[in-house]
Design a protein around this ligand. Sequence first.
Ligand code: IPE
Ligand code: IPE
Ligand code: MG
Length: 249
Amino acid sequence: MNSNTSSSIYKDLDPAKLPSHVAIIMDGNGRWAKKRLFNRIKGHEKGSETVRTIVRACREIGISYLTLYAFSTENWQRPRSEVAALMTLLKKFLKSEQKEMLDNNIRLYAIGQIERLPEDVRQVLYKAMTLTKKNNGMLLVLALSYGGRAEIVRMVKEIAIKTKDGSIDPDSIAPEIISKHLYTSEIPDPDLLIRTSGEMRISNFLLWQIAYTEIYVTDTLWPDFGKNELVRILQDYQQRERRFGKVGN
Ligand code: IPE
Ligand code: IPE
Ligand code: MG
């Protein structure tokens, strides 16, 4: 990626102290639209532009894993027209970003109940995942029809079946075994979780994985979020002391 134009805004970041995995709850599209007396869909459209900007910025900065909460299991309960618009936008995003991902060595991955997505969306998703599967510059993980509780239920069922058929000894069940049966089995836990639009809640995102994740909530609505604020949040992260329950330095 040609980062000459943006490298100056990244100069205050310590490359040795970057989070390996950044996860983002992209919230506030509806409020952004409401403030402007627009339809909520307009907010999602603007929000998808922010996704492009932030994916690019994370790749330029050198983040290894970026997980974006794009659609939750609960979001299916939104009005049908809004769900349909979100699916259309997702499909558009996957199509238009394919080249960008190939050019910039980004691998695409998805977590969640992918089988619930409309057939046409699943097709472009699988195509983009297959096309980018050899890329190793950054893993872009989209959480789609994702819910932390549903993920845990799925994990418990899988482990229950394996204990029944004898392939897992109940005594051997440990955190590592649990992690291996989640959607994120191949992905390290997030180091930093960002939520936009000021809500102080997790909304069913990565419940198991965020046990020791650093959290940053900004009041900025997702469509207004950008590179400069991302860099400020990363700088804030770099000042923190992660203790993991131990005593500090
Ligand atoms: C985030 O924005 C996008 C999705 C959850 C799909 P919202 O649509 O939740 O926006 P607000 O929270 O209503 O402002
Ligand atoms: C969380 O936002 C889900 C996504 C960003 C995809 P929501 O807007 O759905 O969460 P709540 O309803 O404010 O908790
Ligand atoms: Mg919301």
